[in-house]
Design a protein around this ligand. Structure first.
Ligand code: SF4
Length: 320
């Protein structure tokens, strides 16, 4: 594809297709920057189907940035529970406070201003600025990267990807265009077996199929063992260290260290975090000696910031 010549036709085909086929998602109901920002943060590392349910519940709890900014961090983390990657929730909360403090509650309108807020990188800043405020700035996420590379027929370095996306962008409808590119990647130009016959821009695509992929990340497999210690309507949990790189300050079941995996598990389930697939084995037994933790009544668990895995185990065990 020669982007300079093909741009007007490319834009109109893509935008027409988007108009007719876009998914009806809750964050597309209006252009409220708070709602768009929240959806973009939740969608990082998380599938659309998993986000939809959490998104509605989070908005009921925190319908505006003012409500979010004035909340306690533990309440924000509890509302985020189940989505994983809790650093996102902490950054969201910190950015919400900064909008109140630095901008008197008025949402920043440009990608440059947005990018200065905690947890907002180049992609998220461009997505919010283009969708909520019509700033003519392109986005590149995993979906857009795949679409562009197939269109041009080769792998591109990051800098060229962003440049090509910017050349293709519709200056009159940047928000719709960006969403259309991402939608095309999410629903038609799929990672495996793209549906080229249904693609609105196949006439301009150099590949019409998959590009060969080198250096794909391999997934690791691990086993992990936990103790489910319940007594008189309470469960024993452990707080993750405040300095932990993953999920600091969240609560989880006590781990049984050095377990050889041969003891009979009361409950077995699978859980994936980033590139690791865990086989999780849960024994119904007292927490190992010397582990510091606290007892929580089942009622208090609803408001506690639990890790996604702890919530999954407690649900499977009918504790919550
Ligand atoms: S023709 Fe196929 S490979 Fe090319 S952009 Fe469309 S779906 Fe992707």
């Amino acid at each position: 594809m020669n982007s300079a010549q093909a741009c007007p036709v490319f834009r109109s085909r893509l935008l027409d297709w988007y108009q007719r086929n876009r998914r009806d998602l809750p964050w597309r109901e209006n252009r409220d920057p708070y709602r768009i920002w929240l959806s973009e943060i939740m969608l990082q590392q998380t599938r659309v189907a998993a986000v939809v349910d959490h998104y509605g519940k989070f908005l009921i709890r925190f319908p505006t940035n003012k409500k979010l900014a004035s909340a306690r961090e533990s309440s924000v983390l509890a509302a985020w529970s189940g989505l994983g990657y809790y650093r996102r929730a902490r950054m969201l909360h910190a950015a919400g406070k900064e909008i109140v403090k630095r901008y008197a509650g008025r949402f920043p309108r440009t990608a440059d201003e947005l990018r200065a807020l905690p947890g907002i990188g180049r992609y998220t800043a461009a997505a919010i600025a283009s969708i909520a405020f019509d700033e003519p700035i392109a986005v590149v996420d995993g979906n857009v990267e795949r679409v562009i590379e197939r269109l041009v027929g080769e792998r591109l370095p990051k800098k060229e990807l962003w440049q090509t996306a910017q050349e293709l962008l519709s200056p009159r409808r940047p928000g719709d265009f960006n969403q259309a590119m991402m939608e095309l990647g999410a629903t038609i130009c799929l990672p495996r077996e793209p549906m080229c016959l249904a693609c609105p821009v196949r006439g301009m695509c150099a590949t019409r199929g998959e590009l060969s992929r080198a250096g794909k990340k391999t997934r690791q497999k691990k086993q992990i063992h936990f103790a489910l210690d319940c007594h008189q309507g309470a469960v024993f949990l452990v707080e993750r260290p405040k300095h932990a790189s993953l999920m600091p300050g969240m609560w989880e079941l006590p781990e049984i260290p050095g377990h050889n995996g041969t003891a009979k598990a009361w409950l077995t389930l699978r859980h994936s975090i980033t590139v690791t697939d865990y086989l999780v084995r849960v024994a119904r037994c007292p927490a190992p000696q010397g582990i510091c933790g606290s007892w929580f009544s089942h009622r208090r668990l609803a408001k506690l910031p639990l890790t996604g895995l702890a919530r999954k185990i407690l649900r499977a065990a009918n504790v919550i």
